[in-house]
Ligand binder design. Structure first.
Ligand code: DAH
Length: 343
């Protein structure tokens, strides 16, 4: 099928080109330019269609018309590329100005929360003992005086009771105290569980001391309790040595000195050797058979050890803190020295 040759006038090509160039030059942004590309540059644009119809142009005119269309197309493409480059540059320059960060503006001064060094120490101790297969036990801070004293073999008239500077809760006949140590958690654990028992009991304790450089009425202790068959003081000593080495450093050892606590027999004070001197750390001993029996544990089958020490004191010695106020007052400059908290 053949049809009569057509002719494309140079003026027609010129008009197509002029329209395309005008549209390109008027594009205000890259989105508009995209539309213009479809209308004036792409496969369905007038210039592309003119090119496609070249085959129908008579042989004599085809070379000249083809050249005209080719040149016009090249001009349009060039104009398009130039405009696109300019618009990209304009967009980026604008973004640089508009999205500029003023580094002289004040920073966000809200502080991120962080753990208090005492809490971190408590976590360190918990991790150590959990790694040894112990469980972490907790008890109430408002405790029955029976659990805080009697069950621990500290009877009414025992001098140890007054030694503890107890906060009694009114009405007094309700028999409630703010626990003076974490040892009642031992009793709770033994009453609620069958041996073998391996627990540590960290927590807050209270005594009616004045706050000064070495005392605070609210402080923290960590208690350890093991009840199993064949437990001896050697197990206690080994556990204390490991505890000290992990908290104070690998070369730190402990010694135990004879002492007295109503709930242990024999009882001892534990010291650790640190920076060339022996430092008192806490109390310990073999759980008194009277305490075992009071908690329903057969002392002919089971033996156990217990220990208890203050966390504030442990932190003070380990980190060279000389004033208790620093630990309790909550000044952020103190916590930040431990790498906790951000500026
Ligand atoms: N509860 C004692 C106190 O606060 C410390 C203590 C001593 C705990 C000997 C123990 C222990 O478990 O066996 O002074």
């Amino acid at each position: 099928m053949s049809s009569a040759p057509i002719s494309i006038e140079p003026a027609e090509i010129e008009a197509i080109k002029a329209q395309a160039l005008k549209a390109i030059s008027e594009a205000k942004n890259l989105d508009e330019l995209k539309e213009i590309k479809i209308a004036h540059v792409g496969d369905r644009s007038p210039i592309a269609k003119a090119n496609q119809s070249l085959g129908q142009v008579s042989m004599e005119q085809r070379a000249t018309t083809g050249k005209l269309i080719g040149t016009a197309r090249a001009n349009i493409n060039q104009a398009f590329d130039d405009r696109e480059r300019d618009l990209i540059l304009a967009r980026d320059t604008k973004a640089l100005v508009e999205e500029k960060v003023d580094v002289t503006l004040p920073v966000n001064r809200r502080h991120k929360g962080a753990l208090h060094p005492l809490t971190s120490l408590r976590h360190e101790i918990e991790d150590l003992f959990v790694g040894l297969g112990y469980q972490v036990a907790e008890g109430p801070e408002l405790e029955s005086s029976w659990l805080n004293f009697d069950a621990l073999n500290i009877p009414q008239d025992h001098p140890a009771r007054s030694m503890q500077d107890t906060f009694f809760i009114e009405p007094l006949d309700a028999g409630l105290v703010l626990r003076t140590h974490t040892s009642p958690v031992q009793v709770r654990t033994m009453l609620e569980n069958e041996p073998p028992i391996y627990v540590i009991c960290p927590g807050r304790t209270y005594r009616s001391d004045e706050l000064d450089a070495t005392h605070t009425p609210v402080f923290n202790q960590v208690e350890g309790l093991v009840i199993d068959k064949g437990i001896t003081m050697a197990d206690l000593k080994g556990t204390l040595d490991l505890f000290a080495a992990r908290i104070f450093g690998p070369d730190v050892t402990t010694r135990i000195r004879p002492s007295f606590f109503p709930f242990t027999e024999p009882s001892a004070e534990v010291d650790f050797f640190y920076n060339g001197r022996w430092v008192e750390w806490g109390g310990c001993g073999m759980v008194n058979h009277k305490v075992l029996e009071a908690c329903g544990i057969d002392s002919k089958i089971y033996t156990g050890f217990a220990f208890g020490m203050g966390l504030e004191r442990t932190l003070m010695v380990r980190n060279g803190i000389t004033d208790m106020h620093d630990i309790v007052e909550g000044d952020l400059r103190f916590s930040r020295q431990f790498g906790t908290g951000t500026r």
